[in-house]
Design a protein around this ligand. Structure first.
Ligand SMILES: [Zn+2]
Length: 848
């Protein structure tokens, strides 16, 4: 029997090996980095002084990470010291074994860093780029710009003395001690007095506007490109509120001298929590039109700018004050920052918004688990330290913390977490350190939970069923854990709530209302019995979304209808709306969903889910309902309605979609309208969508969406139109959109293969190279195998190298079955398109 190969790969790709925290020869107490930054030559030169104490008697040599730098000289305690440098490790040999006392190591050096420090400057194709230089230490790039023990397991205080041409600002860690101008140059001296891991040292050089603020006595600075002054507070404005909330949730004062955020150009990620001085991308400023429903990407509507700012600020406690001892315990930084961001969302926007946020995070994790690989959150076997920065360390870990909050209860959870911060402040921790604090504070034995949550993989896939015995007035709930178990994926042991709504109307029956029963799940199949006063109208399984899970709970339509109508939990009403999508052909269901979309008193996530279900039902009356809903005043609901309209191949959707594309006040509704217009395969799609490409939106979101949408439009002109938006010099997101469009077309012409190869191997923009890898992964086009292999070895960015390796494995592995299927699919598409292209050419010839 031919078995379809799984899309899932293995986290442990070839070349992966175990990584343990390295031995330490010394503890660095204080580091002073004095650098001149030459923005034209893209060079740094200066001195790094480390005050250090050997950790053992008799250390004969000191080893420091110092990659690709020129070492000019080394001295120890003021005397010249012999050294060797192999381009990676600097070995310093003192005259004799070092005494266990304080020593000063001075290294004079220069470098033109390929990583660690990035120089941004305009070029012929992009003449408007600003001139900037900024550093990125995490995870292991500090070694490219100063010699140090470049691992998280040591903490030092630091001083950054940076000299730049006098028109520029330098932003760095801690307090600004002095600023001195001389001979056209200016020197900024910054000092951070709280010990921190060395990857958190940073500097940014550039020209920025600044707004100063304050919260709880902490000075705040927001730096931005001057052109974004009007939008700066839309991005940064909630910082003081966030800081107050985090101080209160952690019961710990903000730990550093100040908190600055600086938005830099071409940043490779959303943000980086450098100590007291976060560096951010400059691509997340909402404008007046987009502030209300800002989406970091139109295709990821649930990620916004507030989330980014809160996540980085939460790191000041989790990651900067207390730091994971090793990258394999990264979740202690990222899981907490992700979860505390969600807790901020809860404080600011309420429980419904919080659950929506958590469910979106769960979806990100499920997507990665389904399509990429499954791993334990704590896993020390990898190729690059960057590999562990995935949805396991972020979203899944956030969920594992959320479950701990449920198991312990709020008081114990927050109390113990605050104790963890107190105990490890200025120091490092690992997974067991956190567990031990929780155990001490709660008296609970948590080994079992930590084992399944952090050292195993997967999640429960529950299959739940319910029956009622009228004779004994007993509800039976059967719960099966249907996940495939193996070495990595266990049967999970977890508490869970089952909730019954019992009608209170039948005279003789008392105790109507909502009955909450807490059970403990721990076996593959379990049955629970509950005596209830009356047959329940609704039965819910974990309605408050305390557990990370997939769940199938088949219920009669009547129960889902009342759940959608009356459950007190928005998240449960949302699951009801989702469940109703499988009842096709019921006018009652369509009416109930339509009512749910219209209900303005409930959270947009329920209303949007109801709209999605109408799209999935796909019937005539569902379409009619949706046609009447495209004017909903909530932008996110409107976005969902417009998305659902794209599910219909019916010319009637043209009118509301066109109105949304051309006139909606929300750019993200416009984006969605473009995609839906393409998906609905309307006859004038090419003309309509291409005419909308130039519409203004933050980060060219509409152009990106239009180009992706064109991928659905089988028109002879589509491919050429997409190609025109690929060259370097076109805005990054527009290029990414053109690549998504090409991918949607389903196959590549030779000329596209050549272009993709060139981008993959030569292009300056990481985002675009990464998007090419997604195209190849999607289309499994073996003509690109050699190029992908080459990228897996030589791409400058370790994330691209890893992804290329995964894609190369998929390409090489794609068995004859998958390849044959894809070839057939390609052939069918090609014949269809070529046929259409021919017919169009033929008909235009006739006209001409
Ligand atoms: Zn983070």
């Amino acid at each position: 029997m031919a078995v379809m190969p799984s899309k899932k790969g293995n986290f442990h790709i070839p070349g992966a090996s175990r990584h343990l925290p390295p031995d330490k020869e010394f503890h660095a107490e204080h580091i002073t980095i004095q650098l001149k930054v030459d923005l034209e030559k893209k060079q740094i030169s200066g001195t790094c002084r480390t005050r250090l104490i050997p950790l053992r008697e008799g250390i004969a040599a000191l080893h420091l990470n110092a990659r690709e730098m020129r070492i000019v000289g080394v001295s120890l305690d003021g005397a010249k010291a012999p050294f060797e440098h192999d381009g990676d490790i600097l070995t310093v040999s003192p005259p004799g074994p070092l005494a266990k006392a304080t020593h000063e190591l001075r290294v004079d050096y220069s470098a033109e860093p390929r990583q660690g420090v990035y120089f941004i400057s305009p070029d012929e194709k992009l003449p408007d780029k600003p001139v900037q230089a900024w550093s990125q230490g995490e995870p292991e790039f500090s070694r490219y710009w100063y010699p140090c023990h470049d691992h998280p397991n040591d903490k030092a205080t630091s001083e950054m003395v940076i000299t730049v041409p006098e028109a520029y600002l330098v932003i760095s860690n801690g307090k600004l001690v002095s600023k001195e101008e001389a001979g056209g140059w200016v020197t900024f001296r910054w000092k951070e007095d709280v010990p921190h891991s060395l990857y958190l040292n940073s500097f940014v050089v550039g020209k920025f506007g600044v707004i100063e603020d304050e919260a709880e006595g902490v000075p705040l600075q927001y730096y931005f490109p001057e052109s974004k002054r009007g939008d700066a507070l839309r991005l940064f404005g909630l910082t003081p509120d966030m800081l107050k909330v985090f101080e209160s949730l952690t019961r710990t004062k903000y730990p550093f001298e100040k908190y600055s955020q600086v938005a830099v150009h071409d940043f490779m990620i959303g943000g980086m929590e450098n100590v007291s001085a976060t560096t951010l991308t400059d691509t997340r400023f909402p404008d007046e039109r987009s502030e209300e429903d800002y989406a970091a990407r139109y295709s990821r509507p649930d990620r916004n700018h507030i989330e980014l700012v809160a996540h980085e600020l939460a790191h000041m406690w989790f990651g900067d004050l207390v730091t994971a001892k090793h990258w394999s315990h990264l979740w202690l930084n990222e899981g907490f920052a992700t979860y505390f961001q969600a807790l901020y969302t809860r404080e600011k926007f309420g429980e419904d918004e919080f659950r929506h946020d958590m469910l979106s995070k769960a979806d990100s994790y499920f997507e990665e688990d389904d399509s990429m690989y499954r791993r334990a959150i704590v896993d020390d076997t990898y190729v690059y330290a960057d590999d562990v920065f995935d949805s396991y360390a972020y979203e899944k870990a956030a969920w594992m913390i959320h479950q701990l909050r449920y198991i312990l209860g709020d008081d114990l959870f927050f109390d113990a977490t605050s104790e963890y911060l107190r105990r490890y402040a200025g120091s490092n921790a690992d997974t067991h350190d956190y567990m031990k604090v929780l155990e001490e504070k709660s008296g609970l034995s948590l080994e079992g939970y930590f084992e399944q949550a952090f050292f195993k993989g997967g999640h429960p896939e529950f299959e739940v069923s319910y029956s009622w015995d009228e004779g004994s007035h007993t509800a039976e709930v059967a719960v099966k854990q249907a996940q495939q178990t193996d070495e990595l994926t266990p049967i999970f042991s977890l508490p869970c709530e089952i909730v019954f709504y019992v009608p209170a109307t039948t005279g003789a029956v008392k105790n109507g209302g909502r009955h909450v029963k807490r059970v403990h799940l721990g076996s593959k199949e379990e049955r629970f019995h509950f005596e209830l006063p009356w047959k329940p109208s609704i039965v819910e399984f974990d309605p408050e979304e305390r557990l990370l899970k997939k769940v199938k709970f088949e219920k009669p339509v009547s129960m889902l209808l009342s759940q959608l109508e009356v459950s007190v939990d928005g998240s449960s009403r949302r699951r009801a709306a989702e469940g109703l999508s499988s009842f096709i052909g019921s006018p009652e269901v369509v009416q109930a969903l339509e009512r749910a979309v219209r209900r303005e008193d409930q959270h947009f996530s329920v209303r949007s889910e109801a709209a999605r279900s109408l799209g999935k039902i796909g019937s005539k009356d569902a379409l009619e309902a949706l046609m009447g809903l495209s004017g909903m005043s909530n932008r996110r609901v409107r976005r969902a309605v417009v998305a659902a309209l794209g599910e219909f191949k019916d010319e009637r959707v043209a009118k509301p979609l066109l109105a949304a594309l051309r006139g909606d006040e929300s750019p993200y509704v416009q984006c969605q309208a473009a995609v839906s217009y393409g998906k609905a395969r309307l006859p004038d799609a090419f003309a309509v969508i291409t005419s909308a490409v130039g519409m203004p939106a933050p980060e060219n979101a509409i152009a990106e969406a239009c180009l992706e949408a064109l991928g659905y439009v089988k028109d002879s002109r589509t491919r050429e139109f997409l190609r025109r938006h690929l060259p370097y010099g076109t805005p990054t997101r527009v290029r990414a959109g053109a690549l998504k469009g090409l991918s949607r077309l389903g196959w590549l012409e030779e000329v596209d293969v050549a272009t993709l190869k060139e981008i993959l191997l030569e292009d300056k923009e990481y985002t675009v190279r990464a998007q090419v890898l997604e195209v190849v992964s999607e289309l499994l086009d073996r003509r690109l195998l050699a190029a992908v292999r080459e990228a897996s070895e030589k791409d400058a960015d370790p994330r691209a190298r890893r992804r290329a390796m995964e894609v190369a494995i998929r390409l090489a592995d794609s068995s004859s079955v998958e390849k044959a299927l894809n070839d057939v699919k390609d052939d069918v598409e090609r014949v269809k398109t070529e046929g259409k292209e021919f017919r169009e050419r033929f008909s235009s010839m006739k006209l001409a």
